[in-house]
Design a protein around this ligand. Structure first.
Ligand SMILES: [Zn+2]
Length: 445
């Protein structure tokens, strides 16, 4: 018989938003850091891989003395991360196909050259680069990932096959979802309808890049109809630019209401919202709220690509109106987006880094409020994984424990010494060695 692992992690601080309201009310926050950062001081009992109890810090005397104890010394605990928007298929190709002018058109060209002209994205190349991304994500403490997959006709079979195999291979460690990434006009064609079937067959999510055009509403009508017929969710790239006239998010929200679409819709980027008139902004946000569209902001990629002009210092940060959307009651998540590819030359699939940079870029620190939900419970809900992104009794103990005791400490160091617990057991958080990909990237000695 295997021995049941049963222990306590004592002296931890959990963001209030993850704690049951009744439990929260029992604590008097005398400590200024706990008040300001909305952290709940407590102890966690873990038994057989699950959270068995959460005891308020004032009840230390009631802890049983016959169980092993980890003393967290006031360190913060959060649930494992959920990454709502990534591009695993493009990941880590930077050394082979960099984007040397750093612009959006430069990124498109570099990916086209690498994937289509040079035809590099064969089974082995894709599998290993995508798996490298999964290894990084897992080691940093991520529990679920949604990836967009480029779907030019010559690529789609290989990409879907690799995705399905990785989804299966990694299912104990990571829950994976895939979204198609095509131009919306593709769904108007005969092949587009078959493509919608293929997405449904592999259990994927329908998606694409929306551009402003006179045909946009017709494309959207088609996509919403195809998705509804197949009971598919939708996930769009919208308004990733600084053009005030770019309002695809508004058109998508209107289409969702017109079609009475009930499956979850997510829209990513939405950068142009930040450069539009207040009246236009208010109108769009009201429709987004009414259509219950989730918004995912990609702060690192936006900071990198938006407002980039040669020999000129950028003047805006590229992000959408996360605070205004949040205030209006729209669910706003933050996610990784691209990693070490032509759309973003850096990154390591670490949602702590996303949260850290997102906090600084979007000023989410005054106050911190519940923004930690943007990389945990909110993306989990938008991916329809309601049990993830929580610290709840009876749920698997999938947790990250930091040495940091406050948000300022948390967001000032990379927290490379964090402990990641999966089913109550601390995992190996060693990151994959970059040299694993050397022969794919033609990096000889
Ligand atoms: Zn993206």
């Amino acid at each position: 018989m295997t021995e049941v692992l049963h222990y306590w992690i004592i002296n931890v601080r959990i963001p209030n938003c993850f704690i049951d309201e009744l439990l929260r009310e029992r604590v008097v926050y005398s400590n200024i850091t706990l008040q300001r950062d909305r952290l709940f001081p407590c102890h966690i009992e873990i038994c057989n891989g699950k959270i068995k109890a959460i005891a308020t810090a004032s009840h230390t005397e009631n802890l049983p003395n016959n169980l092993p104890i980890i003393d967290a010394k006031q360190g913060i605990i959060i649930p494992c991360f959920v990454d709502l928007h990534t591009h695993l298929d493009k990941g880590h190709m930077w050394e082979r196909s960099p984007n040397l002018d750093g612009t959006f058109p430069g990124a498109l060209k570099a990916v086209y050259r690498d994937g289509t002209e040079q035809n590099n994205w064969n089974y082995d190349d894709l599998y290993r680069r995508m798996e490298f991304g999964l290894k990084c994500s897992y080691a940093h403490g991520t529990r679920a990932i949604r990836t967009h997959l480029d779907c030019p006709p010559h690529q789609v079979d290989t990409s879907f096959q690799v995705f399905k195999e990785l989804r299966d291979q990694w299912k104990e460690k990571l829950t994976l979802q895939a979204v198609s990434l095509v131009s919306l006009s593709y769904f108007e064609t005969k092949e587009g309808e078959q493509f919608a079937d293929a997405i449904a067959d592999m259990g994927g999510i329908m998606g694409g890049i929306a551009h402003m055009s006179l045909d946009l509403d017709r494309y959207l009508d088609r996509i919403f109809s195809l998705a509804k017929e197949r009971n598919l969710r939708l996930d769009f790239h919208t308004d990733e630019n600084n053009h005030p006239e770019s309002r695809t998010l508004y058109h998508i929200a209107k289409a969702a209401l017109k079609h009475d679409f009930s499956s979850q819709i997510v829209c990513g980027h939405c950068c142009s919202l930040a450069v539009q008139d207040q009246q236009v902004v208010d109108e769009t946000i009201a429709f987004v709220k009414e259509a219950d569209i989730g918004i995912v902001s990609l702060p690192m990629c936006n900071l990198y690509l938006q407002d980039r002009v040669a020999d000129r210092t950028p003047r805006w940060r590229g992000v959408t109106l996360v605070q205004e959307l949040d205030s209006a009651g729209v669910r706003v998540a933050l996610a990784s987006d691209n990693c070490r590819d032509p759309f973003y030359g850096f990154g390591d699939h670490d949602l702590l880094q996303v949260f850290e940079m997102g906090t600084k870029i979007c000023h989410l620190d005054t106050p911190y409020d519940n923004w930690i939900e943007s990389v945990t419970s909110r993306p989990a809900a938008l991916m329809e994984l309601p049990n993830l992104g929580k610290v709840a009794i009876g749920q698997p103990a999938d947790l990250i424990l930091f040495k940091a005791r406050s948000y300022s400490e948390l967001l000032s160091r990379p927290q490379s010494d964090r402990l990641v617990f999966r089913n109550g057991i601390a995992i190996d958080t060693t990151l994959p060695d970059y040299c694993e990909l050397d022969n794919l990237l033609h990096l000889g000695q």
